[in-house]
Every structure is written in C-alpha cells, then in structure tokens.
Design a protein around this ligand. Structure first.
Ligand SMILES: [Zn+2]
Length: 171
C-alpha cells in the first residue's frame, strides 16, 4: 500500500520558481526530475509545457509547445535543448496521419511546425506531448516502472499494483 510518506520528496521550491518564466519553470522541473535516477534513467523521459508566445510573424499570441528535443537528458538539459513548435500546426498534422503502419512518416512533418526558427530538432515524443490535453506533460522512465512494463503480464500487474491510479497503453 502506497502512502504519502513513502513517496519521494518534491524538490520543487516555490520561492525559486516565483520569478521564472514558463520556459524557465519547465527547465527547472526538468533538471529536478532528471537529477534523481529513481525518477528517470539517463536520457529517458521528456518534459513539456504549452506556452503562449508572441508570434514573430504576426505579433499575435501563439500557443507554442516547448518539449525536450531529440537526444539529450532532462537532468542536464539547458534552455537550448528544447524544441519549440506551433500547437495549431501540430494539431493540423492529425489530418496527415495515415495510420499506425505509416507512423514514421509523421516525424518528417515536425520541422514544418517549428516556432521561431529554433534549430533544435523535435523528437518522436513530440506528438505524445502535444496531444495530451494538458498544459504541462512530463513522462519519465523509472527503472521500477520499466520492470513492470517489460513483464509478460504487465497490464494485469499494473492493475494489481496501482489500481486505477495509473493507466496502461500497449505502446
Ligand atoms: Zn519515453
């Protein structure tokens, strides 16, 4: 039985984060999450935030996905490690999707969604982070969860251990 006292302590410091911009807060929590190998293995996991930015072309506000770029590690990532993409263009990609057997071709469309000429290449995690309808989406690769996910009966095991707290996807 999991209780609050057995969970890892949050390292987040409101006082430190107070003066930060949204991208700076994303960087801050990425480095915190990645600094503890119980939370994620080296190079594993990805973090993202959907942020309203000034569009350099129109001067209007645009919703922009900040998400860890291809390669790199959330524990040591710097601001230039994040790719930035227009959310409206990412949503438009749903119209290009031809099904699971053509998934690889979707990666080729990601550069077309780049915001502000950011040269950091977007990773294959980008659609996952774009389409989960939440402003902040982090996913981690803890060894303990990988062990459950890699087990033969992973779906039943997940249900047995976590009940309805954690979902299971065949991906
Ligand atoms: Zn992952």
């Amino acid at each position: 039985m999991t209780s609050a006292s057995t969970r890892l302590t949050s390292l987040w410091d409101d006082a430190k984060a107070q003066a930060m911009t949204e991208p700076e807060k994303l960087l801050y929590r990425s480095n915190l999450l990645g600094s503890d190998k119980r939370v994620t293995n080296y190079g594993g996991g990805n973090t993202s935030a959907k942020v309203m930015e000034d569009d350099p072309l129109t001067g209007e506000k645009a919703e922009v996905l900040w998400v860890k770029g291809s390669g790199g590690d959330v524990g040591s990532i710097k601001m230039d490690g994040f790719a930035t993409l227009y959310m409206d263009k990412l949503r438009a990609l749903k119209g290009k999707y031809r099904g699971v057997e053509f998934e690889d071709e979707m990666v080729g469309y990601l550069p077309h969604c780049t915001f502000n000429l950011n040269p950091r290449a977007a990773s294959i995690d980008t659609p996952l982070h774009a389409y989960v309808p939440k402003k902040h989406v982090d996913h981690m690769h803890p060894d303990a969860i990988i062990a459950i996910a890699a087990a033969r009966d992973s779906k039943a095991l997940t249900q047995e251990i976590f009940g309805n707290d954690i979902g299971w996807l065949p991906w």
